[in-house]
Design a protein around this ligand. Structure first.
Ligand SMILES: O=P(O)(O)OC[C@H](O)CO
Ligand SMILES: [Mg+2]
Length: 241
C-alpha cells in the first residue's frame, strides 16, 4: 500500500496578496542606511540597527523626525533639512535599485495563476518612480499601487491605512482582511498589516533583532523560501532557484 501524500498545513485561504516594496521587492533599504551613516558621521555618531528598525517602512517625514531626535541632533538639523540633505544622494542611488532574490519569480507566478497582487509602500511617488525605473514591466503586473503620498494614507505604517486602502482597490474589493496575505520586511510594516487584520509573512534583514519577528505569522529568510500551498495558493511548478 502506498503511503498517503504528505500533509500540507493550510494557514488560510488566501485570495489576494499585498507586497511591501523597499527591502522586500527591491533592495533599496541599503541606500537609506548608507546615506544616513554618511550624515551621522559628520556628527561623530554611528547609525545602528536599533534605529534602522524603527525608521524602516515609515513615511519620509516620520522616519526623518525619528532620526534627528533619536540621534540627539535635532538642535542642529531639522527633519526637513535632513530630508533635503539626503535627497541628492538618494536620487543618484535609487535608479540603480535591484530586485530582491525571488521577487520576480513570485510576482510572475501569482500573476500567471490569476491571483490579484498589489503594492502598498510608504515611499512617495517621486521616489517610487526612480526606484522602479529598471523594473517597469514587473510592476505592471500589479493590479494597483498604493504609495505613501496617497490621499487615503493619512498615517504611515504601523497605522493600517496603506494596507486597508490596498484591500479596497482590488476589483472585487474591499477584500476580507483575513483572506489577504501581506509580505513585509520592516517591523512597522508587519504591525501595520496586523493592525489591518491581515496575515503577514516577514522577510527580515538578518541584522534585525529577532524580537521584531514575533508578531509575524511566518518568517522567511528569502522570498525563494515561500511555499504558496501552505496558504491555499497555487504551488510553484519550477523548483526553487
Ligand atoms: O518599505 P516600504 O516600501 O513601505 O518603503 C518605506 C520607505 O520608503 C523606506 O523605508
Ligand atoms: Mg519595506
Amino acid at each position: 500500500m502506498s503511503s498517503p501524500p504528505a500533509a500540507v498545513s493550510v494557514r488560510g485561504s488566501i485570495t489576494h496578496v499585498i507586497f511591501d516594496m523597499d527591502g522586500l521587492l527591491l533592495d533599496t533599504e541599503k541606500f537609506y542606511t548608507e546615506v544616513q551613516e554618511k550624515i551621522l558621521a559628520r556628527y561623530n555618531k554611528t547609525f545602528d540597527w536599533s534605529l534602522k528598525a524603527k525608521m524602516m517602512g515609515r513615511k519620509a517625514i516620520e522616519a526623518a523626525t525619528l532620526f534627528v531626535e533619536e540621534c540627539g541632533i535635532s538642535d542642529s538639523l531639522s527633519p526637513q533639512e535632513f530630508i533635503v540633505e539626503r535627497e541628492s544622494m538618494l536620487q543618484d542611488l535609487f535608479p540603480t535599485s535591484d530586485l530582491m532574490p525571488g521577487a520576480s519569480r513570485l510576482l510572475r507566478h501569482l500573476h500567471r495563476k490569476g491571483i490579484p497582487i498589489c503594492v502598498a509602500t510608504g515611499t512617495h511617488t517621486r521616489h517610487f518612480d526612480l526606484k522602479t525605473q529598471r523594473h517597469r514591466e514587473l510592476f505592471s503586473l500589479m493590479h494597483h499601487i498604493v504609495r505613501g503620498d496617497d490621499a487615503e494614507v493619512k498615517q504611515g505604517k504601523p497605522a493600517p491605512d496603506s494596507f486597508l486602502a490596498a484591500a479596497r482597490r482590488f476589483e472585487d474589493g474591499p477584500v476580507d482582511p483575513r483572506k489577504a496575505l501581506v509580505f513585509e520586511d520592516a517591523p512597522s510594516g508587519v504591525l501595520a498589516a496586523k493592525n489591518a487584520g491581515m496575515n503577514v509573512i516577514m522577510v527580515p534583514d538578518p541584522r534585525l533583532d529577532k524580537s521584531y519577528c514575533d508578531v509575524a505569522d511566518q518568517v522567511l529568510a528569502s522570498l525563494l523560501d515561500f511555499k504558496p500551498e501552505e496558504w491555499g495558493l497555487p504551488s510553484f511548478e519550477d523548483s526553487h532557484s
